[in-house]
Design a protein around this ligand. Structure first.
Ligand SMILES: NC(=O)c1ccc[n+]([C@@H]2O[C@H](COP(=O)([O-])OP(=O)(O)OC[C@H]3O[C@@H](n4cnc5c(N)ncnc54)[C@H](O)[C@@H]3O)[C@@H](O)[C@H]2O)c1
Length: 361
């Protein structure tokens, strides 16, 4: 199969590219190379005759038309996105432009190409989305494919919008679409602004390890290579028009996750004091969703897929990878905004808290 993978220089997209090439698929990696991209992520396959790279933006219709015509893919796997919730709080516009307008533009280019090909039933447009579109859970319950959408951050709202567009293009135009909504990923090549690499790299640098709020937010963690495997399963065996929730069956609070990472570091890179001593609680993210959890029954029963890596094993592999690949992550720390606290809304002066109304002299 020849796959057009968007966002293939990012974290999950590059795992898809590496796995797809290893399994003998042709892959065209289409990426705009934003701040979050790193072409080194695909070095393991860059010299393969099965691999090609196209530097392009999914909002650029002319570029997309040229790429579809030049490569004639059998399927699109759409992962290109603005993906960091904190950045979406500071600058939602980029999320609307790429995640909504970009997905619309890609859908239209794919529809034109598919129509010109004679509308083959075998074509697939696989949209990769997040469990964050479902909102925030209480202490019990899990997201299923029929959970109503309830996004609460600019990031998740933009992803929800893109999911709706993909479903609409399937219903209205008959484009053979697939959707998948996945829980939090972690693993090698994770950009160092996301929680797991932040913890590892702050710990190694001897700096405070920041935890938002009380650290009691719960996420369902999935090793990125398991996600890539699940995505290829959905693409090749999923039913067009259907969506699949993908989860790790590995729920943990942020605080628990950070303690596990510190314990692994204590074993692999021991120092005089435990890494957990560096844990520091910082102001919470505005609108921070409390809990996400995936019910993976559909992908398990219909497609026979389940994760292969436990959380402890995946975290150990991830820490080992960061210890062995400093030349990968070190230059990324200099990129715009990395290492800074993002996503904090400045407190506005209101009649209640302006100095002249407090009674203070
Ligand atoms: N990271 C997670 O835990 C997670 C979980 C579930 C779903 N997802 C979804 O998976 C996808 C990939 O996530 P990720 O963590 O790998 O993201 P990432 O930020 O690591 O990578 C995104 C990639 O998209 C590219 N890109 C951004 N804007 C583009 C544009 N306009 N045109 C072309 N390329 C562009 C970037 O250059 C980058 O290479 C996203 O759609 C995200 O919403 C992520």
């Amino acid at each position: 199969m020849k796959l057009l993978v968007t966002g293939g220089a990012g974290f999950i997209g590059s795992a898809v590219v590496r796995l797809a090439v290893a399994r003998g698929h042709g892959v065209v990696n289409l990426d705009a190379l934003t701040y979050a991209a790193c072409l080194d992520n695909v070095t393991p396959v860059a010299d393969s005759p099965l691999y090609a790279f196209e530097h392009a933006d999914i909002r650029d219709r002319a570029a997309l038309d040229r790429i579809f015509a030049a490569h004639a893919p059998d399927a699109v796997m759409h992962l290109a996105a603005e993906s960091h919730v904190d950045r979406s709080i500071d600058g939602p516009g980029a999320f609307i432009e790429t995640n909504v307008t970009g997905t619309y533009t890609l859908l239209e280019a794919a529809r034109a190409y598919w129509t010109a090909q004679g509308r083959p039933d075998s074509f697939r447009f696989h949209h990769i989305s997040t469990d964050e579109v479902f909102g925030s859970l209480g202490p019990t319950g899990k997201f299923t494919e029929t959970t109503p959408y309830d996004p609460r951050s600019p990031y998740s709202a933009s992803k929800a919008a893109s999911d709706h567009l993909v479903r609409a293009w399937g219903e209205t135009y008959g484009l053979p679409v697939l959707l998948s909504n996945c829980s939090n990923n972690y693993g090698p090549y994770h950009f160092p602004e996301k929680l797991v690499p932040v913890v590892i790299l702050k710990a190694l640098a001897g700096q405070p390890i920041p935890i938002y709020g009380a650290g009691d937010n719960v996420r369902d963690w999935l090793y990125v290579e398991d996600h890539a495997d699940a995505l290829l399963r959905v693409l090749t065996q999923g039913t067009a028009g259907r969506s699949y929730n993908i989860g790790g069956e590995n729920e943990a609070t942020n605080l628990d996750l950070v303690h596990r990472l510190c314990a692994i570091l204590d074993g692999l890179r021991p120092k005089a004091t435990p890494y957990a001593d560096q844990i520091t609680f910082v102001t919470d993210r505005p609108g921070h969703d409390k809990r996400y959890a995936i019910d993976p029954a559909r992908i398990r029963t219909e497609l026979g897929w389940r994760p292969s890596v436990t959380l402890d094993e995946g975290l150990r592999r991830t820490v080992e990878w960061y210890l062995a690949n400093e030349e990968w992550w070190r230059p990324l720390l200099a990129r715009d905004g990395v290492g800074q606290r993002l996503g904090q809304i400045p407190v506005q002066n209101t009649p209640q808290n302006t100095p002249q109304n407090t009674g203070a002299a």
